[in-house]
Design a protein around this ligand. Structure first.
Ligand SMILES: Cc1ncc(COP(=O)(O)OP(=O)(O)O)c(N)n1
Ligand SMILES: Cc1ncsc1CCOP(=O)(O)O
Ligand SMILES: [Mg+2]
Length: 207
């Protein structure tokens, strides 16, 4: 039986080497075994890899996702879509235009970040496969994160878009993930609650 995209986005792990104190390959393997359903390769910010090193790591992470039948999405970097044979790409409001991406990749998944009503009004939401809503709570993982919007933002988006999969992001952990789902999200997207967990398997299972 094929599972829907909404189901595949249920436990959406995002990571780059800059988020890790141990080997990112080992972290992703543990998270995959424990039951994440989607992964985003986000090599970005201070300490992140570039060029060949980034590509080499991306290939290893992509392979793990294949083995575990986990969606593999790249963040921002359009070139990586083909180089890593990604299932899709996630972009924000200041990234590559969704309209251009959809022309270039009619069959890939496209995720778009939306943080407020104005961004929604100015976005071609009919061209995207899912929405990333947030930051829901405060986060220190993304240095340029916007002001937290709370779970109310998920409710608003769910009312406006009953049929588009929505994932909450930003400051989500094992204690507050259920509030995000109860507000109407199909899934939770997390970085530090997995990369910084003392027990990754337990963290993924609790999420
Ligand atoms: C699932 C998901 N939602 C939101 C984001 C944030 O994207 P963006 O606003 O483009 O910020 P960066 O991640 O590029 O710093 C995301 N990556 N994933
Ligand atoms: C990429 C991103 N976009 C909005 S908040 C955020 C960071 C999420 O990281 P964490 O799960 O550690 O708060
Ligand atoms: Mg981006």
């Amino acid at each position: 039986m094929r599972i829907s995209l909404a189901q595949q986005l249920r436990k959406y792990f995002i990571m780059g080497s800059q988020n890790c104190e141990q080997d990112p390959v080992t972290i992703l393997e543990s998270a995959a075994k424990a039951g994440i359903t989607a992964f985003q390769f986000r090599e970005k910010g201070i300490g992140s890899l570039a060029g060949d090193e980034k590509l080499k790591l991306g290939k290893k992470l992509r392979q793990i996702c294949r083995e575990y039948h986990i969606l593999f999405i790249v963040n921002d970097d359009v070139e990586l879509v083909d180089l890593l044979d990604a299932d899709g790409i996630h972009v924000g409001q200041a990234d590559q235009s969704v309209t251009e991406l959809r022309k270039q990749y009619p069959d890939k998944l496209i995720g778009l970040s939306v943080s407020n009503r104005t961004e929604v009004e100015n976005s071609p939401t009919h061209l995207v496969d899912y929405l990333g809503a947030g930051p829901i709570y405060g986060t220190t993982t993304k240095s340029d994160a916007k002001t937290p919007v709370g779970t109310e933002w998920i409710r608003t988006l769910r009312n406006q878009f009953p049929n588009i999969p929505i994932v909450g992001i930003g400051g989500i952990n094992t204690s507050n993930a259920s509030s995000v789902i109860h507000a109407g999200a199909n899934g939770v997207a997390v970085i530090s609650s997995i990369t910084q967990a003392t027990n990754i398997v337990e963290a993924v299972k609790k999420l």
